[in-house]
Design a protein around this ligand. Structure first.
Ligand SMILES: Nc1nc2c(ncn2[C@@H]2O[C@H](COP(=O)(O)OP(=O)(O)OP(=O)(O)O)[C@@H](O)[C@H]2O)c(=O)[nH]1
Ligand SMILES: [Mg+2]
Length: 321
């Protein structure tokens, strides 16, 4: 199951302590205690893997490393390593302790959610002309300790919708580095998958069926993720005996779930065209074009057709439709 709402305990690293040390040379016995190192931060970072929050089903604590104590010869202690938490793009991170919110909207975007404590000063820092042999040092400061809620509100540029087994995952895998499972049966895809096509995020969601909006099949659980998608690719199999009825059935479910879904720009993808005659493909396209002129024919086995899909994606990318 996709984990899309978890609360975890996050602790940044404690700062290392400053130390009191003195040189041991005969003619130089000055203060040489170094400062403590900084504690590691806890950072969240956007990734395209929707399952990135899965480890938090069992792990509820994240802790960054403490800074090391200062050392002899004014050496500063090593900084503690930071911890980077990969979170799916679309994650809203709520710092419940400080009532702060971070939104991760792109792959690679980072936010420091808990800062490591600063290291304390060693006695070298406190030397002065008045006090050439200070015996004081400071302890490191504690790292921030917060309660962090990670809520996934999937953001995608393009959502793939349609009946099961119409080739949604196959196209996602062709266009991106995603590896959504593909097989010749219904409901192969059990969870949404994201793929990145240049800077567009494509979302493949489980197949929809009639009654989906009321909970039939699998797709309904994931329709909420499509709510935040800008554009829809609606897949209709070229071999379908009733393409228009298929189209309307899915649109009905989208509308029942949330009418906003039907206001999004939509491309109809007539898929698996290699599985029927050209005549049948043309007839299907003609019927669908009466509803929405933005129809693209697709066989993932046909390079020219794949280019056509890429052209549409490039237009979306460049013109930010
Ligand atoms: N001949 C042909 N087969 C295709 C094409 N695209 C996908 N397929 C096949 O159709 C079957 C279903 O493809 P999927 O990509 O799993 O379909 P899906 O829409 O993601 O299915 P669900 O996850 O069940 O909703 C697989 O056997 C694919 O290999 C195509 O363009 N031509
Ligand atoms: Mg699939």
């Amino acid at each position: 199951m996709i984990i899309d709402d978890v609360t975890i305990d996050v602790k940044a690293g404690h700062g290392g302590n400053g130390v009191v040390r003195f040189a041991r040379a005969k003619f130089d016995q000055g203060p040489t205690g170094g400062n403590g190192g900084k504690g590691g931060d806890v950072i969240i970072r956007g990734v395209s893997d929707l399952a990135a929050l899965r480890p938090f089903r069992t792990t509820k604590n994240v802790k960054a490393e403490a800074g090391r104590d200062g050392e002899q010869n004014t050496r500063t202690g090593a900084n503690g390593s930071s911890v980077i938490i990969p979170v799916p793009v679309g994650t809203v991170a709520h710092d419940l302790t400080h009532d702060k919110v971070y939104e991760i909207v792109s792959v690679g975007q980072k936010a420091v959610v808990a800062k490591g404590g600063n290291g304390g000063f060693g006695n070298h820092h406190f030397r002065s002309s008045r006090n050439t042999s200070p015996k004081i040092s400071k302890e490191g400061k504690p790292g921030e300790h917060i309660s962090l809620r990670l809520e996934l509100k999937m953001i995608a540029d393009i959502g793939f919708v349609g009946y099961p087994n119409v080739g949604k995952s196959s196209l996602l895998n062709e266009l991106t580095n995603a590896s959504s499972k593909v097989a010749n049966y219904n409901f192969t895809t059990l969870e949404p998958h994201l793929g990145v096509y240049y800077d567009l995020i494509l979302a493949d969601i489980p197949g929809l069926i009639e009654g989906a909006a009321e909970g039939k099949g699998l797709g309904h659980k994931f329709l909420r993720h499509i709510e935040r998608t800008r554009i829809l690719f609606h897949f209709i199999e070229a071999t379908s005996a009733h393409p228009v009825a298929d189209y309307r059935a899915i649109r009905k479910e989208l509308k029942l779930f949330n009418p906003v879904l039907c206001d999004k720009p939509e491309w109809i993808i007539v898929s698996k065209t290699d599985e029927c005659t050209e005549k049948k493909v043309l007839a299907t396209v003609k019927k669908l074009q009466k509803i929405n002129p933005q129809v693209v024919t697709l066989s993932i086995l046909d390079d020219t057709m794949m280019m056509d899909v890429r052209t549409v994606l490039n237009q979306i990318k460049d013109h930010k439709i």
